[in-house]
Design a protein around this ligand. Structure first.
Ligand SMILES: *Cc1c(COP(=O)(O)O)cnc(C)c1O
Length: 462
């Protein structure tokens, strides 16, 4: 029985899959400050035009430039594993597969889009990228990509993570990136926030504002901003994961997939694995597709579909998404990559349509699942990834109770070798569950209650 399936380099997918082409109702456009859909020109100070075009693209398939593939070959195609040891420990008749994105240089799926974004910026003549990072995964992925491609990289890192995860900063520095804690005194918005609240742990919403402000205020026009998740072009770049996985499942001899699972922060690793399967579902396949989020930052499971900004200073356009409000600061849980107030519009709209079944899980169950995984499959996964694994374990147990041979696939979005502080606290019994109280959600949503409301289009098929 085969344990892992590789593809050769000449079997790598040569096009990305764009779900925007197949959503039953058209993707809702981002809105500007006047409430009207924005034009590409309005984004030009923030992103290079080639990526803006991709952001708005409606084509089902988008060619992957050869220059990007040449860099992706360093770790792609990534292996698909059969989790035989986990299956055995659970005594489940389910067959569990995982795509291992931890094999990239930065240790997560994030370089898939970091490389693409840095490449398009370089093509457009840009010299420097600014960005934000939560747990440090995105900042290290973009620093890696910029160093390979030859761009400067400046990263605003959420302060609490900057203090909790010093080695992520070191990784960025090894790749020549510059990393500073956010809020910082380098930007107008950072100074304002520090004056009001000097002890703030920071948030992704604040760090995004700082990075955008710094990019647009470079008067030479050679700096742009880069976002590691949420946007359509980021989801697009990540679909290489699911497209590879489909070929690999076929080689494993699987004819049908029953359950697809990924953890969801901004939505990109989940979208990367699942969107090609969402396409199958739109075309009639019976698949359960589950984005898993933390109970302490529940966007898909507990917030309305609304228009909201991606950042605290409202520098980004209004995006149609599930959101806790752009000024929301989540609990400092260890899955830092899942602490974002919003969710990708493409993922959000697929939820509205009923194509996905989102789930929220508390952190103790997730860490328990991570230990089970480490003690069976061997890999120490990122705390973010543990949300996917906790859901996989639930599903595998369900299959056992029902006596069904289900095929479950999940995305192993990253390793946790720089997240050992979280593991340490869990094993010492120092972590607690935290579910966001309804009062707090109501308060958070109060702030965005006057935002424009997107149309809720449902075909009623799912
Ligand atoms: C950033 C990150 C996530 C969450 O981001 P998404 O855009 O939702 O994928 C999940 N897992 C890992 C390992 C990450 O680094």
């Amino acid at each position: 029985m085969t344990t892992k399936m590789f593809l050769s380099e000449d079997e790598i997918p040569r096009q990305w899959y764009n779900l925007a082409a197949d959503l039953p109702s058209p993707l809702l456009p981002p809105l500007g400050p006047d409430g009207n859909p924005i034009s590409p020109d309005m984004l030009a100070p923030v992103f290079p035009m080639n990526l803006i075009e991709q952001e708005m693209c409606q084509d089902r398939w988008v060619d992957i430039p050869e220059g990007i593939l040449e860099i992706l070959y360093r770790w792609r195609p990534s292996p698909l594993y059969r989790a035989k040891a986990l299956e055995k420990a659970l005594g489940t008749p389910a067959r569990i597969y995982y795509k291992n994105e931890a094999v990239s240089p930065a240790g997560s799926h994030k370089p898939n889009t970091a490389v693409a974004q840095a490449w398009y910026n370089k093509e457009f003549g840009i010299k420097k990228l600014t960005t934000e990072t939560g747990a440090g995964q995105w900042g290290s992925a973009l620093s890696f990509a910029c160093s390979i491609i030859g761009l400067e990289c400046k990263v605003f890192m959420v302060k609490i993570s900057f203090e909790q995860k010093p080695y992520r900063k070191t990784m960025m520095q090894v790749w020549g990136g510059k990393c500073i804690p956010s809020p910082s005194s380098e930007t107008q918005i950072g100074r304002e926030i520090l004056a009001k609240n000097p002890d703030t742990p920071g948030s992704l919403g604040i760090a995004i504002s700082e990075a955008v402000e710094q990019a647009v205020s470079d008067t030479t026009g050679q700096t742009r901003y880069s976002l590691g998740s949420v946007l359509n072009h980021v989801m697009l770049h990540q679909t290489i994961i699911g497209l590879e996985a489909k070929k690999q499942l076929e080689k494993f001899g699987e004819k049908k997939v029953d359950v697809v699972i990924g953890c969801a922060g901004g939505g990109s690793n989940f979208a990367g694995l699942s969107f090609p399967f969402v396409n199958d579902k739109i075309n009639g396949a019976d698949i359960e597709i589950i984005p898993v989020e933390p109970a302490s930052c529940p966007t898909l499971t507990r917030t309305p579909f609304t228009y909201d900004h991606g950042d605290v200073a409202k520098m980004t356009p209004l995006l149609a998404m599930h959101s806790l409000g752009h000024s929301f600061i989540p609990e400092p849980i260890h899955a830092g990559g899942l602490r974002y107030h919003g969710m990708a519009p493409l993922v959000s709209q697929a939820v509205v349509e009923g194509l996905l079944t989102p789930l929220a899980i508390q952190q103790l169950e997730c860490f328990e699942a991570a230990l089970t995984f480490a003690r069976t499959e061997g890999i120490i996964i990122a705390p973010e990834t543990s949300h996917a694994v906790a859901s996989v374990i639930r599903k595998a147990k369900e299959a056992k109770e029902e006596g069904k041979e289900k095929v479950i696939i999940f995305n192993l979005s990253g390793h946790g070798l720089l997240d050992l502080a979280g593991y340490e606290r869990y094993m010492a019994g120092a972590l607690e569950d935290h579910e966001m109280p309804q009062d707090d959600i109501d308060k958070a949503l109060e702030q965005i209650k006057n935002n424009p409301k997107p149309a809720i289009n449902k075909s009623g098929k799912w």
